[in-house]
Design a protein around this ligand. Structure first.
Ligand code: GLC
Ligand code: MG
Length: 530
């Protein structure tokens, strides 16, 4: 146990997309009692915290990211009692529970928005971002919505436009309004009072907009494959300096409680991302670092990014790493099954808090969704570019039964064709399976402080090998990862040791010194001789 560090520094976060994890009532949609029934699996897997994507009441236009009541539970997922049981049963197993906080927008059916929309003199008019039309009657400026089209919707009854950075059904709240802030901080408190251990905050860098509503400039690097939203550089519609004041206030709310954590969803280049730690690190504890998702998968690019990140993190800031989430291609589909094993080893041995995405531990892949089964509004709005997120949100594969043990009904999204072989039950016993690899990595990480909280010491890059050392007092580990598809020889210099974990378990206990030979897509963790 690492005493000087907090749980969210040495622990591992596991993201659950509740619709797709485990159904308990046969309606084909995962739910909270389903998650409850899998807590023992998660605790044996060796993770420390669960992050649940939204389970609040929602019309489900964006599958829960359009919230109509921030302090309730949607009956589709269960009851508040179920959620309370989940929190207490998780805690009984030493698992933390993080909720998704969505401050940027609400559902258009939220009572706040209904009231705001009811008239220009409504008491909550200013809770959302309403603007007069441009002189030609068109939208107030050129801002775009993530999921296609303009970010402005005209409300004929009151003659103004409202802002929606995502769907029309997701109006943006006005965070310059003090009542909005106070209301959302109360939402946070209501969950913290129930014992929730923190939040993953949705699109945190979007929350505050330019007070002058200036047009976003064009993006000179735009290519059509990136989708229409990327035509502009979002310098006025997001990442405004005032956002840091809001984050500081959110952090103050968390700090009213013990050891709660704020993780921020932020897609920004490194230099801007690290600003979200806040002044004196009083901002987000963990601004999500998505580099391993966004970078090309080669040793040079990854090493440069890891070293740059390490050098940019401010004093007192804690790093973190992510390989996948419910918005991005699954890691296995991006880099292939062999490299997905190398990626697992990287995720769990770099310095900083790792976040895993459900199903990656068994090597789930993106599932092609036939057009008539598409659910994601992103894909419906902008079809054919591969922007849709259904493929990475398919049901968890528990066993080889017809519905993979996910549901007794019709699953809301199609199951992967490989679920009869790629599933938890089939992989539980073998150390060589993906699940076996994840479990061994998680166990080693838990038993060796050097791997969770030790220093990161870069080692020389040679060919396709990305190597580094993790060090804490007299313990040190060398991690050598072959990101290429050919054998590699890596000169260890004066370093030597014993392989304690390999993507190929057959290498374990091998004594290495001089030159380390790595097979294609092979990774090893070596316990160094001090
Ligand atoms: C975040 C969520 C994504 C959602 C969007 C709008 O990016 O991860 O799933 O669609 O915010 O809330
Ligand atoms: Mg259900």
């Amino acid at each position: 146990m690492v005493r000087e560090h907090l749980w969210w520094q040495h622990g591992v976060v596991y993201e659950i997309y509740p619709r797709s994890f485990q159904d308990s009532d046969g309606d084909g949609v995962g739910d909270i009692p389903g998650i409850l029934s899998r807590l023992d699996y998660l605790s044996r897997l060796g993770v420390d915290a669960l992050w649940l994507c939204p389970v609040y009441p929602s019309p489900m236009a964006d599958f829960g990211y359009d919230i109509s009541d921030h302090t309730g539970v949607d009956p589709l997922f269960g009851t508040m009692g179920d959620l309370e049981t989940l929190v207490s049963e998780a805690h009984a197993r030493d698992l933390k529970v993080l909720m998704d906080l969505v401050p940027n927008h609400t559902s258009d059916r939220h009572p706040w928005f209904l009231e705001s929309r009811s008239g220009r003199d409504s008491g909550k008019r200013d809770w959302y971002v309403w603007r007069d039309p441009a002189p030609d009657g068109g939208p107030p400026n050129n801002w775009l919505a993530h999921f296609g089209g303009r970010a402005w919707e005209f409300d004929g009854a009151t003659g103004q436009y409202y802002l929606h950075s995502f769907l029309v059904q997701q109006p943006d709240l006005n965070w310059r309004n003090a009542e909005v802030r106070a209301a959302m901080y109360d939402v946070m408190r209501s969950w913290l009072d129930r014992g929730v251990d923190g939040f993953r905050v949705d699109v945190l860098w979007h929350v505050v907009k330019d007070d002058k509503f200036r047009d976003d400039p064009p993006n000179p690097d735009w290519v059509p494959e990136d989708g229409p939203y990327m035509r502009l550089r979002h310098v006025y519609s997001a990442d405004r300096p005032e956002v840091h004041e809001v984050i500081r206030e959110m952090r103050d709310v968390l700090d009213e409680y013990d050891e709660r954590v704020m993780i921020g969803e932020i897609y920004l280049p490194l230099e801007r991302l690290v600003a979200y730690y806040g002044e004196n690190c009083c901002g987000a504890h963990l601004p999500f670092n998505f580099q391993l998702i966004e970078l090309p998968w080669n040793a040079g690019a990854i090493k440069r990014a890891v070293d740059a990140y390490e050098s940019l993190i401010p004093e007192g800031g804690w790093p973190n790493w992510v390989l996948g989430n419910h918005d991005k291609y699954r890691v296995l589909s991006r880099i292939g099954p062999a490299q997905a094993r190398v990626a697992a080893m990287m995720l769990l041995t770099l310095r900083g808090t790792p976040t895993m995405y459900y199903g990656d531990e068994i090597g789930m892949s993106n599932v092609p969704i036939p057009p008539d089964k598409v659910c994601d509004p992103y894909e419906r709005n902008i079809p054919g570019l591969g922007l849709g997120r259904d493929p990475e949100r398919t049901p968890m594969q528990w066993d080889a039964s017809p519905n993979a043990g996910f549901t007794t009904g019709e699953p809301w999204l199609p199951l992967a064709a490989d679920h009869d072989s790629c599933n938890v039950e089939a992989q539980l016993d073998g150390p060589a399976s993906m699940l076996g690899l994840y479990r061994r990595l998680l166990e080693l990480r838990r038993s060796e402080d050097a791997l969770s909280v030790g220093d990161y010491v870069p080692l020389e890059a040679v060919g396709d090998v990305f190597a580094y050392m993790r060090r804490r007092s007299s313990r040190r580990f060398i991690v050598a990862l072959n990101l290429g598809h050919r054998q590699q020889a890596y000169p260890l210099g004066g370093l030597e040791g014993v392989v304690v974990l390999g993507t190929d378990p057959g290498r374990e206990r091998e004594v290495v010194s001089g030159t380390l030979h790595l097979g294609a897509s092979e990774g090893v963790v070596i316990a160094g001789v001090p």
